[in-house]
Ligand binder design. Structure first.
Ligand code: SF4
Length: 349
């Protein structure tokens, strides 16, 4: 096939978000028919679960070799849609507060499987938008006109976070390739600053991110302010101790001058005291202006208890008093087990 045919197919897949060869309108009928028996996407949708308040959608996808992965779309009140993608089937890191960590690792996802989660989520949003629009037209007594008019953010993916199943920097080649595809103007075409990678502390990946994709945002799953505490809940701290991790973060900041997000799940009686908040603030010292702490509610996975609201507020206040930018992350999708730390493909297998 001539190269321009591939470009046409890519445009249909990444930008027009069609879901079959038959919908590539720039191709002849014969060409479409010739491809009809080939797979259009590497993933197939198994289930789609939705919540309303706040709105979120969890997709369970099946891979060609019969494994299940999960992807979540968080629909923000300001119209942004953030898709949280998986980078592995399961995870080898065994963080004590995370359901994915209990699954073990089955395999890495390919770049195409990572990208297809985003494309399929985008396609789903586009279809929702078209059906809502069609209902509005019917109510208003006007003719439905399909997907037209200004491209409002409600119908498209505006942000991508690598915070689903798996540790992205344990699968770095495929993850960096997926970022190339997702940011390429000829393909999905999202700005790199709208993409974030979260790592539990794989130092080599942090270095590579600074060199290869400095516009992509870095988030560190920190969850403990001391090496001793971190080792108890995150086995990765044995291979990459806290002081080595913070040295790598400092180096990243020097190279990129980008803000780094630190994720911190509040676990009752484990890491939620005011002394823990003081220790956490000490970690950032001279570069506190480039650190942002995101406090996360613990979503029951059986092992720990979530901290109380009063404790969470006190913890946040200590950080504020120490001059650290801090937010509490709102929880999306807890009742469909789509929230942070809950992805484990239980109800879909
Ligand atoms: S928190 Fe992330 S790195 Fe840790 S077990 Fe869960 S998926 Fe793996």
């Amino acid at each position: 096939m001539p190269a321009y045919r591939l470009k046409q197919a890519m445009r249909s897949y990444y930008q027009e978000l069609v879901d079959d060869w038959a919908d590539i309108t720039t191709w002849s009928e014969k060409l479409r028919a010739d491809c009809a028996n080939s797979a259009w996407s590497p993933l197939t949708v198994k289930t789609v679960l939705q919540t309303q308040d706040p709105p979120s959608v969890k997709f369970a996808f099946q891979t060609a070799d019969g494994l299940t992965i999960e992807t979540v779309v968080m629909r923000h009140a300001d119209g942004r849609n953030t898709v949280c993608v998986s980078s592995q089937v399961g995870c080898a890191m065994g963080c004590a507060f995370c359901a994915t960590g209990t699954m073990g690792i089955k395999r890495n996802l390919t770049a195409e499987e990572i990208v297809d989660q985003v494309v399929q989520a985008a396609r789903w949003l586009k279809i929702q938008k078209m059906s809502i629009k069609s209902q509005v037209y019917q109510v208003a007594g006007q003719r439905p006109e399909g997907h037209d008019g200004p491209d409002r953010p409600e119908g498209r993916i505006t942000n991508i976070v690598f915070m689903g199943m798996g540790e992205p920097f344990n699968n770095p080649d495929e993850v960096f390739e997926s970022i190339r595809i997702l940011t390429s103007p000829d393909m999905f075409g999202l700005g790199a600053r709208h993409i974030s990678i979260s790592t539990c502390g794989i130092v080599t990946g942090i270095q590579r991110l600074a060199e290869e994709a400095p516009q992509v945002n870095l988030a560190i799953s920190l969850h403990a302010p001391t090496q001793e505490m971190r080792q108890q809940i995150m086995p990765v701290a044995k291979a990459y101790p806290l002081d080595r991790l913070m040295r790598a973060v400092r180096k990243y900041l020097e190279l990129t001058h980008r803000k780094v997000m630190f994720e911190y799940v509040l676990l009752e009686g484990v890491n939620d005291s005011q002394d823990d908040a003081e220790d956490l603030a000490d970690l950032f010292n001279e570069y506190r202006h480039l650190a942002h702490v995101n406090l996360i509610n613990y979503h029951q996975t059986g092992v720990f208890k979530p901290t109380s609201e009063a404790n969470a507020k006190k913890f946040q206040n200590v950080l504020r008093r120490r001059g650290i930018s801090v937010t509490r992350r709102i929880s999306f999708g807890e009742e469909i087990r789509a929230a942070c730390g809950q992805l484990a493909t239980r109800e879909t297998e």
